[in-house]
Design a protein around this ligand. Structure first.
Ligand code: IMP
Ligand code: MG
Length: 177
């Protein structure tokens, strides 16, 4: 049946281990720098909330901002026609910007956001995603920090939705769509 949870692929504990590892990696790369963490709404917020606290535990300070791009809520796949829905609130110029999103699939969204942020002339720019579906890539794009690769199946939970639902799940699971 469409919308039925099939199987947990990453438990709360698995996710927490991955986020800790990313926190360590990022903290060691950004020592002595203040990061402007830019979350991609809506899906990136759960991951972002956990990641910034892992950074804080390692002495890294950050400020937060958010960007939202058009999501094709009723499509399971972005079609490459990406638009900006909500720009950042503050300036990105001369900041160490770290973009945080939950998943990179075809790469269209990340490519769009990457070009958009670069055009604002940050001091530095890196990307961090929790999940990566390399087999689905249409754009040759490589996030700087990747939590884990997953296979080509639709997943929900921990920020990821199916038609607006399941974002609140503390784990990540396969779903029938
Ligand atoms: P891309 O532009 O194809 O890389 O798609 C990125 C966006 O598609 C993500 O930010 C998600 O919103 C959505 N997406 C891609 N795969 C999944 C999935 O398995 N579950 C939930 N959302 C997904
Ligand atoms: Mg998203």
């Amino acid at each position: 049946m469409s919308g039925t949870i099939q199987k947990t692929i990453l438990s709360e504990q698995d996710i927490s281990g991955i986020v800790k590892r990313l926190g360590e990696q990022i903290a060691s790369d950004y020592r002595d720098k203040e990061i402007l963490v830019v979350g991609l709404l809506i899906g990136g917020v759960v991951f972002m909330a956990d990641l910034i606290r892992e950074l804080s535990k390692r002495g890294i300070h950050c400020e937060l901002d958010f960007i939202q791009i058009s999501s094709y809520e009723d499509l399971a796949e972005s079609n490459g026609d990406v638009r900006l829905k909500k720009p950042e609130s503050g300036s990105l110029a001369d900041r160490h910007v770290l973009l945080v999103d939950e998943i990179v699939d075809t790469g269209h969204s990340l490519e769009f956001v990457q070009n958009y942020i670069q055009s604002k002339q940050p001091a530095s720019f890196k990307t961090c995603v929790l999940l990566n579906k390399p087999s689905r890539r249409k754009i040759d794009i490589h996030p700087d920090y990747v939590g884990t690769d997953i296979e080509d199946r639709f997943v929900v939970g921990y920020g990821l939705d199916y038609k607006g639902k399941y974002r609140e799940l503390p784990y990540i699971a396969w779903i029938d769509i």
